[in-house]
Design a protein around this ligand. Structure first.
Ligand code: HEC
Length: 137
């Protein structure tokens, strides 16, 4: 009787432990992505990803974002100065790279903007981002 109760208590503790483990190990990457977006990107692209008029292009619902997934890591790290057409609007101010970001941070930002604001772009793998960063020019 006593033993059975102890087993049950142990089982409950075990399940709670597992739950905590999952919560702790699943959310940090998205949280970090959101935090870094807020810190390094939102001043131009706005917290809701809508951009700023004809100066800063939107990330929410951006066709450019969707169609240029393989360029993203390099854009974030080294910037871009080109004339970009995003959802039919031309943007030509340059964007500076944010060199202090490491590849894990870049991956978390990319996967945050790919899924935020109803963007439904598939997640990118860290190894792909790592590969892209070796070939930026
Ligand atoms: C100082 C303002 C500024 C900051 C900060 C900034 N950007 Fe940009 N971003 C721009 C501008 C301007 C362009 C257009 C560049 C061009 O036309 O060559 C751009 C273009 C882009 C594009 C491609 C166009 C689009 O809208 O899909 C992406 C993706 C992007 N930025 C993501 C980011 C991310 C992620 C961060 C943070 C890590 C960031 N930017 C920080 C100004 C900024």
């Amino acid at each position: 009787m006593f033993k059975e109760r102890r087993m049950r208590v142990l089982a409950v503790i075990y399940v709670i432990g597992l739950l905590i483990f999952f919560i702790v190990s699943c959310s940090p990457s998205r949280n970090q992505g959101a935090y870094l977006y807020e810190r390094d990107c939102s001043s131009c692209h706005m917290p809701d990803g809508s951009g700023l008029g004809e100066l800063y292009p939107p990330l929410a619902g951006s066709d450019y974002l969707k169609n240029n997934q393989e360029k993203l890591a390099c854009i974030i790290k080294y910037g871009i100065s080109d004339t970009l057409t995003v959802n039919g609007v031309k943007y030509d101010l340059p964007m500076e790279g944010i060199k202090k970001l490491n590849e894990v941070e870049i991956a978390n930002i990319i996967n945050y903007i790919n899924s935020a604001w109803n963007n439904q772009i598939p997640e990118q793998k860290l190894e792909d981002i790592s590969f892209q960063l070796k070939k930026c020019n």
